[in-house]
Design a protein around this ligand. Structure first.
Ligand code: NDP
Length: 293
């Protein structure tokens, strides 16, 4: 069997194109959707994510009120900046890029963001709404996983989904969403305390890998015909690559293609969906501010 490779890059491009149309329509009615991404310090991965977000904002025609603050910014200075963005009606979404420098309490900063502008979906109010199935902002990467499943036509209802990873930003929300009535899957969550991981992954009709361990899911851990969603993004050394490394997922991609029915690649799988869903959440927030939702 050779799996169908789900092209997250093109699904994300069509989400962004749809968002761009709605942004223009909303702007014509007087509301210009606007996101503020707050970056503190110079962490190279964060700088690169923030650059990607700025590019996407320009592409969909949203206003970009992003701030790049020095690593020496104090917690109280950052909280005051978030307060200012909360109070500014022209800003519809606020995202504080994580991780923050060690002297700043991330939870305190996340809690400070007005839930009405929490387009990252990390505020406990957003998490609570997701858990009880109320409308709100879904976290971007898990939401992106759901959209990829839908776009690929993968049935979730009545299927057994196994999620490897239980972080607050990926594993747990993916498991919660899959178990919601809308998706109606039966969900198993695996983590480092799981004994005999392969015995669980082999039962998965839908396998979501979000452990952050390069190629840990080998072909023999996959049920024949399963849909495999690889959230992992890991750097592995590669002297032949220009940067000296390349990105691989948590799934051993080439052999896995021979067993799975659907699979997402890394890169160009789940990754591009994260920013696309951030654009969608910001649009949703702007629509709400304009009284359209
Ligand atoms: P975390 O490190 O926060 O969580 C990893 C989870 O995987 C933990 O729950 C951990 O278990 C579990 N885990 C780790 N090793 C094993 C193992 N050997 N067996 C079973 N479970 C294991 O990572 P994140 O959730 O933040 O990210 C996961 C991956 O997704 C990373 O590669 C990250 O780069 C990528 N990512 C990609 C995004 C995208 O846009 N595509 C966005 C966000 C993340 P325990 O809880 O017991 O420690």
């Amino acid at each position: 069997m050779s799996a169908t490779v789900i092209d997250g890059f093109s699904v994300a491009a069509s989400v962004r194109a749809r968002v761009a149309e709605s942004v223009a329509a909303l702007k014509a009615k007087g509301t210009h959707a606007c996101l503020a991404v707050v970056l503190v310090g110079e962490d190279p991965a964060s700088v690169s994510y923030v650059t990607g977000k700025a590019k996407a904002l320009a592409e969909v025609g949203m206003l970009d009120r992003s701030l790049h603050l020095p690593a020496s910014t104090t917690e109280s200075e950052l909280l005051a900046i978030v307060d200012g963005l909360n109070a500014d009606p022209s800003v519809h979404g606020i995202l504080v890029q994580l991780p923050l420098p060690k002297h700043i309490d991330e939870n305190r900063v996340i809690m400070k963001i007005d839930p009405a502008k929490d387009v990252d979906g990390f505020h406990p109010v957003s998490v609570g709404n997701m858990v009880i199935g109320r409308p709100g902002f879904l976290p971007c990467t898990p939401h992106g996983v759901m959209v990829l499943l839908e776009e690929a036509g993968i049935e979730t209802r009545g299927r057994h989904a196994v999620v490897v990873g239980r972080s607050n930003i990926v594993g747990k929300p993916v498991a919660i969403l899959l178990a919601n009535r809308k998706y109606n899957a039966t969900v198993t969550v695996c983590h480092t305390g799981t004994k005999d991981l392969a015995s669980f992954t082999r039962q998965a009709d839908i396998l979501v890998a979000a452990a952050g361990k390069p190629r840990m899911i080998t072909a023999d851990m996959i049920k024949p015909g399963a849909a495999v969603i690889d959230v992992g993004v890991n750097r592995v050394e590669d002297p032949t690559a220009k940067k000296g490394y390349r990105l691989v997922g948590d799934v051993d991609f080439v052999p896995a293609c021979e067993v799975a029915s659907f699979i997402t690649p890394v890169p160009r799988g789940v990754g591009p969906m994260t920013i696309a869903m951030l654009m969608e959440n910001t649009l949703l927030s702007a629509r709400r501010a304009a009284g359209e939702e």
